[in-house]
Design a protein around this ligand. Sequence first.
Ligand code: NDP
Length: 297
Amino acid sequence: MKVLIGGGSGFIGKALTNLLRGKGHEVTIISRKPGPGQITWDDVAFKGLPPCDGVVNLAGENLMNPLRWWNEEFKKDLISSRLNTTKTLVKAMVASDKLPNSWVLVTGVGYYKPSETLEYTEDSEGGDFDFLSQLVTEWEAAGRLPEDQAKSVRQVVIRSGIVLGKDGGAMKQMIWPFWLGLGGILGTGHQPFPWIHVADMAGIILHCLEPKYDVSGILNGVAPATDTNAVFTHALGTVLRRPTIFPVPSFAIGAIFGNERGSVLLQGQKVIPRRTLESGYIYKYPELQTALKNIVS
Ligand code: NDP
């Protein structure tokens, strides 16, 4: 397969690129910068879609970027980096003579309203209660192909949980305090912690790209195990053999990340990957302990 990956230079994109290339597939990355093996967003906008069997979009300004203050300018960047790249791909697909077989957009479980008790499947409602949920609604709408093209392309949206892996994402920021024995629960620790190993996120994307599984629609990109922040904190401390006795109070998270963004850490959703499992995807890391052991090994 020839696969075009928007934002393929990032954390999930690197894992996906390695997985695809390892299986003999051809990858072209779309980036803001030109470089070997990659094209730019302007190339796609002005020259059109290069020949490909599958298209994936993983581009987006990092929500938890600790170097950016939570303000209107940052929020605008979060929106435009996701919507503009997604719209560029949709426009290029619509204008293309040869449509790809599959189109996979990765969004987030921020679509579902945080709750310590409710369980969410792909059929659950959401997308209309705060900045992040509205962003996901607009992002998924931007990714929808018009009816004519939608008939011949399998469209998949993967609503991702917190992606855990060695070389990036949330773990990159969390691991050092834990190594130093300063890791602790965030807030009450009772909030659900919807997570997925990066190998499974890449695996689910590949599963969606492969015609034989015939996947379309929404999939939840989380592990089947539903854990809380306290369970995650204890598990990470255990695999690192470090104490986790210092809880991080809510006000400290709010002071560092801003209250609206901090809510991603202090609240969570219990997300069930029902359609992902029904689609036949077999998780490499369904349980937290084995996922964390692999990541810190
Ligand atoms: P990264 O933070 O690694 O970023 C992916 C790529 O996006 C970057 O390599 C960069 O590519 C491009 N990018 C960054 N900022 C901008 C910008 N302002 N405008 C255009 N492009 C930009 O993301 P991940 O791999 O962690 O995540 C991929 C997608 O999955 C994102 O959309 C993210 O929101 C979503 N997601 C991720 C989760 C996670 O835990 N990691 C959880 C839930 C959803 P380049 O520099 O080459 O242009």
